[in-house]
Structure formats: structure tokens, C-alpha cells
Design a protein around this ligand. Structure first.
Ligand code: H79
Length: 430
């Protein structure tokens, strides 16, 4: 049975969107938090990429699996080892402050207790329990915010028609009622924003499937702001933020970079977030053992912070519900580092140096943290915009750093930096 709990809210053009006080507060919180866990988990995890690198949550599309065959997967999905408490404890220990989880990916399968469609984990998966509900409960207990990834693109729903650049091998009829699909999506969003208490944010993806389709964004965005004014709305459409959005995101690139070829390089006024995988896959891929090193990932986090951006670091849980052990180990190491050096990351904003080959700087209160990731020259210039440096010392050891005043800043004389240091931090107090 199809229940419609979606009813239209008055639509204001999002050009006139004024974020609530609670939303502005949440943006500050978000920028202070710096580090989150991205989770790509769905019935596709059972396939483990099907033996191909580069395929995981995209297997339905890439292997051209028709809807009626893909619909067998939920019955194989039985993550008996899923332990929400364990996940959230791991996240806390890693020094992460929030989790963003796939509530529905492009395959259209809802990982929560959806009422409008039984194509969801409670009704159709062998597991039969509300993954998102369990995770939210545990997040609330442990003080971690939960964001919902939601795919606007849908390879399963027949009314996602006309289709865009993907989802054309699923055996769906060459007809459908687009507006009915948007209503369906708005109903699912209503469910997500009414069934689970306070939601950290909605993380949209898939609009790039057809940028110019009549998405009725004004309506969807107004609905979200109406239901939960504090929730942070962002969309991975690879364009500059659209009115109504609360943060800007970058996929597998730091803000301003476009190594992927699909990221816009413009940086707007909103809080920023970069997302990246721990190996090369979002969802679980059994062959992908190309795990990035702890050092590389810490460098990414530091460089993101230096660019005023969060890092949303991804893991693809295994079909039994456990986090890949390699990821668990790396996250533990990152957490150890954050315990010691988090002061120079959490609550900071980008410092005065900009992003350089040697590293970046962050800033908080009367301190500038100069993060030297790849030392180059024995001296390093930091522009100070009129602020006078009172003290310069190495973070941790407190060892004095020699500096010389210049007209607009200071010139630091760097000590010998040991090889094995991940991030040599110099603190400038002004
Ligand atoms: O959920 C993860 C991926 O499954 C999803 N986003 C992350 C967070 C993702 N979908 N696609 N991609 C990532 C990259 C592919 C982009 C492309 Fe395109 C889609 C290349 C061609 C079609 C967008 C549209 C960029 C160029 C045209």
C-alpha cells in the first residue's frame, strides 16, 4: 500500500532563503567539527564489486542488472554482525564528530523504515531491522550527529522518467510520471526528517544525472527547511551552490581542485566539505585493497582544514555489518593523532598562508598553527596582516622557533624536522 504523508508546504523561491538562527549555529558547529565518517552501505555490498575494481554501489548500472534481478539482493542482505554501538564508538575514537550514511543510494533501496515503499531494509531485507534507526539511536547516545545521504537519481523507481544519463539498462518501461517520482522523493525525505529526531543534514547526490530536469528544488528545499530548520542541506551536483543550500561539497578533491574532471573549482561563501574514500571505492569492494596510508589521510585532513573544509572520510561496510578491519586500524591511528594534535584542527579556520606545497595554516583565537607537511626551504614566510607575533614555538615540545619580523609578516627559521613526523606544527601567538 502506498501511503502519502507528503503534503506541499508553501513554496518560496529559495532565492529568498534566510537560514534560521539554529541553522547558522549548526553551520558553525559543522565548521568546528572538521572530521566525519561517510558510510556507503546498501544491498550492493553483498556483491563486493563483483570481482571488478572500481565497481561497488554502481554495480547495478555498470553490470546492467535489470530491476527484477537486482530485487533479489535484499534477500541476501543479512548483516548479523552489525553493531551500531561498535560503529559509533569507533567514530568517536577516530576523533570524528558526525556520520553521513546512505539512506538511499542510486539503486533506490531504502536503508531505513520507509512507509511509502516496501523497497526498504525492514520490509525486504532478510535482516528486517531498521539500520538507520539503530544507528541514530546510538549516535544520540554517544553525541555524534547523523546526516543522511539521499540519491535524487533512482535506478529502481519506474516514475524516474524521463531518465538521464544512467539507469537505462534496468528493464523499466519507457514511460513514467516524473512528478509522481518527485512527490515520492519528498515523502521519503519527510519520513527521514520526522521518524528519527534531529538530523544533522541532508546530503543530496545524483542531480548530475540530468541537471536540467524539473527537480522542483524550491519545493524540496523549502520542505526540508520547514521540517528541520537546523538541518544542513548540501548537494553533490558539482556546481556552485544553489539557493537554499547550507554547505558546499567537493568529491575526491580539495576545494578549488578538479583532478576528477567533474568538480567545479569555484569556492562559495558556505561551509565546505571534501569527501574521499579510504581505498578507491565508496561501497564495499572485495578486491580493492589499495588503502591510503594513515599519513596520507592525515595530510588530507590537515590540508582540508587549511582550506576551511571538513573531511568526510568514507568506509564501505562489509555485507555482514562489520567495518573493514583495515579501515578500523587506520581510523584508530587517525584518532590517536587527533587526540594529540586536534587542538590545531578542531574549531579552527583557514590561516593566513593559503595552501602551499609545504603545507597549510589554521587559525583559532590568538594562535596560528603552521602545518608543515612537506618541508622545502629552511625558512618560511607567514603573512600576519598587521598582527604582531609575540611567540613562536613547536607544537607539543614547546621548542622555541626563531623568527624575524618583516614588513607584513614573519620569516620563520625552521629547525631540522625529523623524517617520521606526519605534521610538524609551529604555533604563532599574536
Ligand atoms: O556516492 C558516491 C558515488 O556513488 C557517487 N557519489 C559518491 C559520493 C558518484 N556517482 N558518480 N560519481 C560518483 C562520479 C561519476 C560522475 C559521472 Fe558524470 C557521472 C561521470 C559521468 C556521469 C557528472 C556527470 C560528471 C560528469 C557528468
Amino acid at each position: 500500500m502506498i501511503l502519502s504523508i507528503y503534503y506541499a508546504v508553501p513554496v518560496f523561491s529559495q532565492e529568498d532563503y534566510v537560514p534560521s538562527a539554529s541553522n547558522l549555529e549548526a553551520r558553525e558547529w559543522f565548521q568546528d567539527a572538521k572530521f566525519g565518517l561517510f558510510v556507503h552501505w546498501g544491498v550492493y555490498s553483498v556483491m563486493g564489486g563483483g570481482g571488478d575494481m572500481g565497481i561497488a554501489e554502481w554495480i547495478m548500472e555498470r553490470k546492467q542488472i535489470p530491476v527484477d534481478q537486482y530485487e533479489k539482493l535484499p534477500d541476501f542482505f543479512n548483516p548479523v554482525a552489525f553493531d551500531a554501538a561498535e560503529w559509533v564508538s569507533m567514530v568517536k575514537e577516530a576523533g570524528m564528530k558526525y556520520i553521513t550514511i546512505t539512506s538511499k543510494h542510486h539503486d533506490g533501496f531504502a536503508m531505513y523504515d520507509s512507509k511509502i515503499s516496501d523497497y526498504n531494509v525492514v520490509d525486504q531485507a532478510r535482516y528486517g531491522k531498521d539500520i538507520i534507526g539503530k544507528l541514530k539511536e546510538e549516535c544520540d547516545k554517544q553525541g555524534i550527529k547523523l546526516f543522511f545521504y539521499y540519491s535524487q537519481l533512482d535506478w529502481h523507481h519506474p516514475d524516474y522518467y524521463p531518465r538521464g544519463r544512467t539507469g537505462n539498462f534496468t528493464g523499466r518501461p519507457e514511460s513514467g510520471d516524473w512528478d509522481a517520482y518527485i512527490d515520492y522523493m519528498n515523502t521519503q525525505l519527510t519520513e527521514l526528517l520526522t521518524q528519527y529526531g534531529d538530523v544533522g543534514g541532508i546530503w543530496f547526490d545524483g542531480m548530475w544525472d540530468q541537471w536540467d530536469a524539473p527537480w522542483r528544488l524550491d519545493e524540496t528545499y523549502a520542505l526540508i527547511h520547514e521540517l528541520q530548520p537546523q538541518t544542513l542541506l548540501g548537494s553533490n551536483h558539482h556546481k556552485m551552490p544553489i539557493p537554499g543550500e547550507d554547505f558546499q561539497m567537493f568529491e575526491k578533491d580539495l576545494p578549488g581542485q578538479n583532478s576528477m574532471g567533474f568538480n567545479q573549482t569555484g569556492i562559495g561563501e558556505l561551509p565546505l566539505e571534501t569527501c574521499e574514500t579510504m581505498n578507491g571505492s565508496w561501497g564495499y569492494n572485495i578486491k580493492d585493497t589499495k588503502f591510503k596510508s594513515t599519513e596520507d589521510l592525515i595530510h588530507m585532513l590537515v590540508r582540508a582544514a587549511g582550506l576551511n573544509s571538513n573531511l568526510l572520510l568514507n568506509t564501505g561496510p562489509m555485507p555482514d555489518g562489520r567495518i573493514q578491519p583495515e579501515n578500523v586500524a587506520t581510523l584508530k591511528e587517525m584518532g590517536k593523532w587527533m587526540k594529540q594534535y586536534g587542538e590545531a584542527i578542531y574549531g579552527t579556520r583557514s590561516g593566513p598562508t593559503g595552501a602551499k606545497k609545504w603545507g597549510v595554516s589554521t587559525w583559532k583565537d590568538n594562535k596560528i598553527y603552521v602545518h608543515i607537511l612537506d618541508a622545502e626551504d629552511p625558512v618560511l614566510y607567514v603573512p600576519m596582516a598587521g598582527q604582531k607575533v609575540a611567540k613562536a614555538y613547536a607544537y607539543g615540545s614547546g621548542e622555541k622557533i626563531t623568527f624575524k619580523k618583516q614588513s607584513e609578516g614573519v620569516l620563520l627559521t625552521l629547525p631540522e624536522i625529523p623524517e617520521n613526523i606526519i605534521d610538524y606544527i609551529i604555533v604563532l601567538e599574536f
